[in-house]
Design a protein around this ligand. Sequence first.
Ligand SMILES: Cc1ncc(COP(=O)(O)O)c(C=O)c1O
Length: 359
Amino acid sequence: MPFTVRSTVRKMAAYVSGENAVDMIQLGFNESAFPPSPKAIEAARRACHDTRRYNDENYSALKRALADHHGLDEDRIVCGAGSMDIMRDLAACCLEPGRTLVTGRLSYAFPAVLARAAGAEARLVEEPSFTHDVDAFTDAVTGNCSILYIASPNNPTGTSVALATLRRLAEALPDHVLLMIDAAYADYVTTPPTPSADVLVDEGYNAAVLHTFSKAHGLAGLRTGWAYAGRHVVEAVAKVRLPGVLSVPATAAAIASLADTGHTTQVVQQTCALRERMTARLVELGLDVVPGDGNFLMAGLPQSFAMDAETLYQRVKARGILLRRLANFGLERHLRITIGPPDDMAALDRVLTEVLADA
Ligand SMILES: Cc1ncc(COP(=O)(O)O)c(C=O)c1O
């Protein structure tokens, strides 16, 4: 088939996603355990009457709602169809052959994929203790580095970086490096609640902090995200973004969800309680659990178990539950488990009890 693919795209591997199946319990995508706010559903439903029109390209109403809710400067907000969409726009602005994106070997893998697609290098910092070593990240930065990506809490490890440490990182970076902080799971950091990294942008650091409505707001299927960044970043992204990429129902739902703080607080509290219960249960079953702050857990099989993670994954799958394999990170004895609804957690408990009894 005659089809000219850029050499960088030809050589790169595709982003590895999890398996999906409609008739199985899905605990592999870090989606919310709970439905969105009924007010968000109603707002999206009503907004469907307006879908004859393109959305306001500037997403002014959503930006205003975000600025009011979080006490931010509206002109520093960028909206996109999920934070992955904004990552892609930032990559389009900053990455090209000869440039580098620094990220962790155990960091969320999508930014590295974007770097390779752009013909840039993805430089992976080793993370032997499952935590971001901020000094090692700084050491990996060279003159041709355009973006340093760090997720807090990180996927798949779940570990987070304190705001003071992120500030130290921002302080250490040369001016030509954009610090991309991915706060997709920050809503789940409740003990203690951590101030948002957005403050680093207001303090004048060259940072872009990415947020999503896909997790605690339960709106993954509507693909809504936003970032807080310096005005120079906002202006650059405006040149490359797809106009009107955020749908009319998506922005309506996001605005309504933002206002329904009671709902989001309850979702976060219940998710964290389920996470603590599942952590305790996994430890009882003999697994090593990395203490994490997201709506998921990373669990490892100690060497005392005869099976590896792939075998465990397949046995759990055979009993109707999908987890997330981490072999693409070089983790052959770990799996990632999304915190799902209480019934799904109970089912996972039963299945793991049965499967691990044979191990
Ligand atoms: C760290 C991280 N960032 C971003 C995303 C995707 O967010 P969005 O749905 O807003 O594109 C995910 C999805 O799982 C994630 O784990």
